[in-house]
Design a protein around this ligand. Structure first.
Ligand code: 5GP
Length: 173
């Protein structure tokens, strides 16, 4: 069994998610409708908590991404494994991601969604690891900036495990 060190505890995450929800609620005051796009699988818990803090009319459209790479490194080759089931043309779209690491996945996705002509397109990411940036992507709503650790929990996995942890932790070897 791997040992884990807590990086962000449950209470810290919940407080920040509330703040993000309040900010998004304010920013979309004039929007008739918002389409929230959680990126599978890592953002499913974050998105579930976040949307309950957004006091606006919204719908949820999941999108699956696979980034090829060995172990914990991405190669930058990104594939959509599950696409939206509705058109987002002329809609306000908010992508909800677990972590922006190199930025390659979000650059690919934002470019792809941009071609579908949404009315607006923004990114909300729970985590950002600036030390690993390879391409800069604008993060409109950010939960936490973290150091260069491989983190798990609160939806994030290591080999599909640890998604059920209520906190975000670092695996200690
Ligand atoms: P990027 O394309 O920005 O390098 O990588 C984005 C994806 O890599 C994230 O959506 C996530 O699935 C995965 N990833 C990057 N860093 C971590 C990490 O520290 N922990 C986990 N569990 N996944 C990560």
């Amino acid at each position: 069994m791997k040992k884990l060190k807590v990086l962000l505890d449950e209470e810290t995450i919940a407080k920040r998610v509330r703040e993000l929800g309040e900010q998004i609620t304010r920013d979309y005051a004039d929007a008739e409708h918002l389409v929230v796009v959680p990126i599978m699988k890592g953002s499913f818990l974050f998105a579930a908590d976040l949307i309950r803090q957004i006091d606006r009319e919204l719908s949820v459209e999941f999108l699956g991404l696979r980034s090829y790479g060995a172990g914990t490194e991405t190669s930058g080759v990104v594939q959509i494994t599950y696409d939206l089931t509705q058109s987002v043309t002329h809609q306000h779209v908010l992508v909800v991601e677990d972590i922006v690491d190199t930025g390659l996945s979000m650059r690919y996705l934002l470019e792809n969604l941009g071609t579908r002509q949404p009315r607006s397109l923004k990114l909300c990411s729970l985590l950002h690891k600036p030390a690993r940036t390879r391409v800069k992507v604008p993060i409109d709503y950010l939960g936490f900036t973290i150091d260069d650790h491989f983190v798990v929990g609160y939806g994030l996995d290591y080999a599909e495990k640890f998604r059920n942890l209520p906190y975000i932790g670092v695996i200690e070897n």
